[in-house]
Design a protein around this ligand. Structure first.
Ligand SMILES: Nc1ncnc2c1ncn2[C@@H]1O[C@H](COP(=O)(O)OP(=O)(O)OP(=O)(O)O)[C@@H](O)[C@H]1O
Ligand SMILES: [Mg+2]
Length: 319
């Protein structure tokens, strides 16, 4: 992955240690303007550290970063003006109302008063927070706080937005709402750099994904490219009796058979052609499958095969 001038985020050789703990061991990142990029990694991989460095909240020990064409070392203020950050932990002030939080942020960004009020009203509308605008965020649900957080990030109209685990802890409906908001921003030309532990989230949203593990980028590409890096696709066929299993096993030499479960796992790319070939093969020996499932490799498989561990904590089970 080599950085070009049209990249909204370009980092090379980023290094960071805390004491003796090496957290980033020379990572390169390039995010084209207007695209969505996901930095994916398990707890403690260094995602938040990366976001802090890229957004000037923390200095790196080594490496270079350019944001919207501005080198962080030479032009930190210009870079900062292009950036919006929604941290992993809410930046919302509980003593102010939702609306006051937005207006405070507008003030901090030196927005004109009238413009600040206009933007705040527009964002409250957009995130369905109009009714809650006069209440303190302490009375909000987690999803509402997250939306207020994102609205606060957007009030300065940033070109490049960093979202550190934007949907962790949200229910499925609110998560989808957040995904739609993120897609809408990218469609409007904003560059999105998000971190996530959820493979599904990276798969849904990101144009490109980088897998961070133990301080290094272990894989980078589109979801499709990453899935293609590993085998694991198969069609699993279950039978009702051992004789049927025997007959079918004779047809598919490369299949893995499980005599207890009465199943055959036939390596396949998951496409329609491979499914037809399996059904034709079974027909030829007059065997009816009891159940048939197609397993396409997913990002979970990629993560597991590249790191030797499962990705998200709730997906510990190994298939
Ligand atoms: N300020 C700090 N001082 C010392 N160690 C730190 C500091 N910040 C992070 N670390 C360590 O750096 C490593 C990476 O932390 P980081 O917060 O970047 O991980 P993460 O990928 O964001 O994890 P999570 O998914 O849990 O948010 C961890 O081992 C953490 O303990
Ligand atoms: Mg983090």
């Amino acid at each position: 992955m080599s950085a070009t001038h049209s990249d909204a985020v370009a980092a090379t050789g980023l290094r960071k240690s805390f004491g003796t703990e090496l957290v980033l061991d020379g990572i390169d990142l390039a995010v084209p303007a207007g695209s969505i990029f996901a930095l994916l990694g398990p707890n403690g991989a260094g995602k938040t550290t990366s976001v802090h460095i890229l957004t000037t909240l923390m200095p790196a020990d080594g490496g270079t970063v350019r944001i919207a064409g501005h080198d962080l070392a030479d032009e930190p203020d210009a870079a900062r003006r292009a950036i919006g950050v929604t941290g992993q932990f809410s930046a919302v002030d509980n003593l102010l109302t939702g609306e006051e939080n937005l207006l405070l942020m507008a003030d901090l960004l030196h927005l004109d008063r009238v413009e600040g009020r206009r933007r705040a009203a527009e964002l409250l509308e957009r995130f369905d927070l109009v009714d809650a605008a006069g209440r303190a965020p302490a009375t909000y649900s987690g999803g509402m706080r997250r939306k207020l957080d994102l609205a606060m990030t957007l009030i300065g109209d940033p070109q490049v937005i960093f979202l550190d685990e934007p949907t962790t802890g949200l229910d499925p409906r609110t998560r989808r709402m957040m995904w739609d908001a993120i897609r809408g921003l990218a469609a409007g030309g904003v560059t999105i750099f998000l971190t996530t532990q959820y493979l599904e989230e990276a798969d849904e949203l990101a144009d490109r994904i980088a897998l961070l593990d133990q301080g290094r980028i272990v894989a980078e590409g589109t979801a499709t490219e990453l899935k293609r890096m590993i085998p694991g696709g198969h069609i699993s066929v279950r039978f009702t009796d051992p004789r049927a299993l025997d007959a079918a096993a004779g047809v598919f030499g490369r299949a893995r058979r499980d005599d207890d479960a009465l199943t055959l796992e036939i390596p396949a790319d998951g496409g329609v052609g491979s499914l037809r070939a399996v059904l034709d093969g079974l027909d030829a020996v007059r065997v009816q499958p009891d159940e048939l499932t197609v397993h396409s490799p997913d990002l979970d498989d990629v993560f597991l095969s590249l790191t030797g561990r499962a990705g998200a904590p709730e997906k510990e089970a190994v298939r």
